[in-house]
Design a protein around this ligand. Sequence first.
Ligand code: GCW
Length: 674
Amino acid sequence: MWLRYQPISNEQQLKTYRKQITQVVAQGDSATMQKAAAELQRCLSGLLAKPIASATKNPAKNALVIGTPNNSTLIAALGLNTELAALGDEGYLIAEQKINKRTALVIAANTDVGVLYGSFHFLHLLQTQQSLDNLNIGSAPKLQHRVVNHWDNLNRVEERGYAGLSLWDWGTLPDHKSERYEDYARINASLGINGTVLNNVNADPRILSDQFLEKIAALAYVFRPYRIKMYLSINYNSPPAFGDLETADPLDPRVQQWWKERTARVYKYIPDLGGYLVKANSEGQPGPQDYNRNHADGANMLAAGQKPFWLGVVFWRAFVYSPDIGDRFRSYDEFRPLDGKFADNVILQVKNGPIDFQPREPYSALFSAMEKTNMMMEFQVTQEYFGFATHLAYQGPLFEESLRTETYAKGEGSTIGNILEGKVFKTKRTGMAAVINPGTDRNWTGHPFVQSSWYAFGRMAWDHEISAETAAEEWLRMTFSNEQKFIDPMKELMMTSREAGVNYRSPLGLTHLYSQGDHYGPAPWTENSERPDWTAIYYHRAAKDGLGFNRTNTGSNAIAQYPAPLAKIYGDVNAVPEELLLWFHHVSWDHKMKSGRTLWEELVHKYYEGVEQVRAMQTAWDAQEAWVDAARFAQVKALLKVQERDAIIWRDSCVLYFQTYSGKLIPAGYEKPK
Ligand code: GCW
């Protein structure tokens, strides 16, 4: 991962750093402070290629002094109160200071976890070979809940995992605590991630049994010093599943009492539990609607069970869609009427798009519609729709595109990022989650570049204004090499990789052309399934007269879910961004595109462009052998070859299939389908 701590290769830089950091001085003795000091020791010894001294007092010249005004007399004496006041409970300050008239570098915060985050930031500076002269960095997270989600089943098979079996070895917990658990905590804490949901949202009720709680408590113990809170996905029907009641009706007092008691038991095992995550009435999961109640009834009942305890919240997922309606684009219809009805410790967890983690989606209209509801983002790092852990598809650009989308909910500046931050609707609780994929694979994520999406997610959860490009560059420097000749082409490769994935699968706003079930290869021809919205023809609506799903007022009118200025843009076939064209419009094959090509020609062009982009990625990677170790070089090279093969399959399947409707030739100049 990005915590490799290899020696600094630039000799001049190494000499300078060695002079600038002579010693680590830490005074607080909490577990978190000890972890911060240990991480600095471990990293500095690696980067500076020599052991580094540590002390608890009398800093030498050029010492690195870490602590809070409460746990360190050295920090308290600096009188940094004004600077620290602005940084809250998790922020930090990294600055050059004088201590006893000697120059020192200081990592100061209001809390121990702030010091830990500051320590990781400081290490990033060295890992990316930045200057330490005149340091004065203040940073605080913009969102409160920065959470990773695991879709791990209790039998260790991961739903949409693709990187081996689940990290959580339930069979040997709680007695054996694999050292990977702590490394996992370090990886997350290095980004400021402060929560994890261990188990699949398609939740097994047994997660709340004493047998599992004991195991979870052991993991919570490992994560605690890194201030990573434990959350659990719960099954809504737990009371009947445990055999205690015949109902899970949220308005039944026996059910309410059951959850209070069970939750009290959970807090006995994990006193600082963060709360529950719930997938209800979605894809066959049970929920309050089974008892003729709504999502707010269900969420609030669980939230009430949390309230007597420490800061507990309920993350209630908005990923619902019903087969009976004409347009799956409609979790909006279920949730919008409930705006303002959710308890204050409920946070609605909303996927970035209205359908399902597709290579490109417009934003979920809930973000601009739920003014009185806490909401958090759900992104996907695991590449369910991006070629699993086989294709290279850095998700940073997708996250950035989503977070920077202007919704106009309250005029300009109402970006998704600002809504999440609570700046637009003044909501109290904020957050961002991502479904990640680490498993027993030695490199954690299967494809080494999936790590980069985890990294970008963490950085953007801390600060949604960090760009995909910045995150890519940081990750490359820490994970591979600081060599500029490597960084520049690799950054370009990463920045193109998501768009390549869009182009060879579903360009111009097409969506969900996957073979059903596995979500890997193409099957735009799927038409028979138990549900109409589980077919591909439902999404693309290809016909002799054209292509695309009409969501304007002459179609499903889903466009009306968006604020008026945006609905106007999306609703106008000439104003809608072409990358979303077929999401919102059914367009004739001869429709003129901005390039001057017809829709048909543009579609072919994009599919072919996607394959060419993968080939360019191959060429760029092949030129990097000098900067990458042999194992990773060979692995990525081989995977890119598979990706090229798959991209061609996607291109040819889709182009030839759509050709049966357009009835037009593939324009001259493109290679023959294989
Ligand atoms: O995209 C769908 C996936 C399911 C997943 C579901 C969800 C966990 O195909 O595998 O289930 O989304 O997000 O709940």
